[in-house]
Ligand binder design. Sequence first.
Ligand code: CUA
Length: 175
Amino acid sequence: MTALHPPERIWWKPADRWEKLWITLAFLWAFGTFLMMPIWHFTAKQNPTGMSRRVDPAEFDRVYQEFVSQYKVGEEQGIPVVEPPPGGDVYLRASQFFWQPVLRLKKGQEYRIHMSSMDVQHGFSLQPVNMNFMVLPGWDYTLTFTPTREGTYTIVCNEFCGLGHHMMTGRIYVE
Ligand code: CUA
């Protein structure tokens, strides 16, 4: 009586023709999708124009306050409504649990939007167009963008940032 025979070891045997064919196809497929990354980077129009640089949160806050007092046109639920001049710099301040200010932008005009956080990491998510960017304390993330459609856009926070995370919404009007 002997114990069960172990199965025959076959891993060193040469791969069969079909196996080689499938390995080749899988490799070509993976390599093709890998090439899409650099190709897409240069040919698609999806790349954000974002630049980031170090900033002291207190300094960003100071510039933000200055920006608001210069271009404030009203208030919505205690949040300043700001209409910045087309072509200029716009400051969007994230903090637990607000996006400030409410922005009024002109369709077809270019703006440089600076985003930064005063406390923890937040996520800028523009709805309903679904554009998403990280907003970090200590970093000024600057996007150059031109709104192309009129409407009311909502900013939601898509990075869990504390108990009020789900209430952290902001607004951009394009007219
Ligand atoms: Cu801010 Cu979640």
